[in-house]
Ligand binder design. Structure first.
Ligand code: HEM
Length: 200
């Protein structure tokens, strides 16, 4: 098909350049896996993974960042607290250029940004990048609450509506869903940690 050859050549090019650069991103990890177990997947499989990541990762991230900036514009106190936390975890009160600031964003520094994490999570509660999601049942199964689903059934959940249902949050805070409240996430989850998953 039309998509196959240009994308496959692009994948081959990426494979080559990443192999030369010895990077540790997700694609390089796949390549390393293939070096250790030759034949475990081909370039077409790798192409599909890359395409999947591009499709799944682009608008979700862009949309979430846009909503995050929107809520920050409307909540100056949250803005100030994030700025304070980021400064404390990186370069302190020193005035630095973009390059030095970028270099200070280590995994360790980022893991100290608990309030920023909560503020982002709270943005996703109000404006979930995937507001409705569905899954199709491949074989008969039972949900955790005992509800039986049959092969072929479609199960939907709606993060947008769920994030606004008070009764889902009331054990943490009676007024949970009124407004934008990063502290809600901290109350629910306690300290948050940088996740090991390379994509979320
Ligand atoms: C704000 C950012 C993001 C949000 C809110 C988000 C949300 C989601 C959700 C709700 C699902 C469906 C999970 C399920 O139904 O089991 C999903 C799946 C997925 N996401 Fe993301 N995502 C984000 C960013 C990314 C990024 C940056 C990548 C990759 C670079 C990515 C890759 C994927 C992939 C590959 C799947 C499919 C997993 C599967 O097939 O089971 N996502 N994401």
């Amino acid at each position: 098909m039309g998509l196959d050859s240009p994308l496959l050549s692009l994948t081959a090019l990426l494979v080559l350049s990443l192999a030369l650069a010895k990077k540790e991103d997700i694609l390089s990890r796949f390549l390393l896996e293939r070096e250790q177990d030759p034949g475990c997947f081909d370039n077409k499989y790798l192409r599909d993974i890359i395409l999947n990541f591009v499709i799944a990762g682009r608008d979700t991230t862009a949309g979430t960042l846009a909503w995050f900036l929107y809520v920050l514009c409307r909540n100056e106190a949250v803005q100030d607290r994030i700025a304070e936390e980021v400064r404390a975890a990186t370069t302190g009160d020193r005035d630095v250029g973009a390059q030095e600031f970028a270099a200070s964003l280590t995994e360790d520094a980022i893991s100290k940004m608990q309030y920023l994490h909560a503020a982002l999570t709270e943005t996703l509660r109000l404006y979930p990048a995937i507001p409705v999601d569905a899954r199709c049942c491949l074989s008969d199964d039972t949900l955790p609450d005992g509800y039986a689903v049959k092969k072929g059934d479609m199960v939907n959940y709606q993060p947008y509506a769920m994030g606004r249902m008070d009764f889902l949050f009331e054990m943490w805070d009676a007024k949970a869903t009124v407004g934008y409240r990063p502290m809600l996430t901290l109350k629910m989850n306690g300290p948050l940690y940088v996740r090991a998953s390379p994509r979320r």
